[in-house]
Design a protein around this ligand. Structure first.
Ligand code: 5GP
Length: 198
């Protein structure tokens, strides 16, 4: 059996990443969503063990000390980290694994697991991102400007990713991610077993 594909997905705040991910997950039974650890408090409706494992800074630090994380990073004052053990196990079982992580974490994953495939979701334009953040109506103007500034900074990292997914409409973005997954599963390295016995 060949190993699964490790898919790393990043995208700036407001780009609609969570909606896209939920749709992708619903369409692929062979895809496992990696639940991260975080020190951020849960938002309304978020469940421990589903969206994140919500832990204290002390517990997070203990996990760092035990070397449990494939990567971790600080983002807007909170720590976020990906546990190595579950990912290894799923990939060995032949499942594809999806990580939803920010740019510093993605860079670490590319270093430690060069076989990972990375995708960055972008809005159709910067103006559109600004419009979406304003339309959401959840943040103050100051907060929106901060998010846009972060998005500009993060955009500099995009060249290091393998694929750029444009979220002009959710179904297009979903289609593009599924296409990447399908193409990656057809790589010859993953298909050599068909030659056995030839
Ligand atoms: P939020 O607090 O909005 O759920 O997530 C904030 C940012 O943290 C998002 O960009 C998300 O992709 C990123 N993130 C979530 N889990 C991880 C993780 O395990 N590692 C890293 N490096 N970033 C993460």
């Amino acid at each position: 059996m060949s190993k699964g594909t490790l898919l790393v997905l990043s995208g700036s705040s407001g780009v609609g990443k969570s909606t896209v991910i939920a749709r992708v997950m619903a369409q692929r039974s062979n895809l496992y969503f990696s639940v991260s650890f975080t020190t951020r408090p849960p938002r309304e409706g978020e469940k421990d063990g589903v969206n994140y494992y919500f832990v204290t800074r002390e517990e997070f630090q203990q996990r760092i000390d035990r070397g449990e994380f494939l990567e971790y990073a600080e983002y807007v004052g909170n720590l976020y980290g990906t546990s190595m053990a579950v990912i290894r196990e799923k990939l060995e079982e032949g499942m594809d694994v999806l990580l939803d992580i920010e740019v510093q974490g993605a860079a670490k994953v590319r270093q430690r697991m060069p076989e990972a495939v990375s995708l960055f979701i972008v809005p159709p334009s910067f103006e559109e991102l600004s419009r979406r953040l304003h339309d959401r109506g959840t943040d103050s103007e100051e907060k929106i400007q901060q998010r846009l500034e972060t998005a500009r900074r993060e955009a500099k990292e995009i060249v290091n990713y393998d694929y750029i997914v444009v979220n002009d409409a959710v179904e297009h973005a979903v289609e593009e991610i599924l296409a990447v997954l399908t193409a990656e599963s057809c790589r010859k390295e993953k298909r050599l077993h068909v030659l056995e016995g030839v």
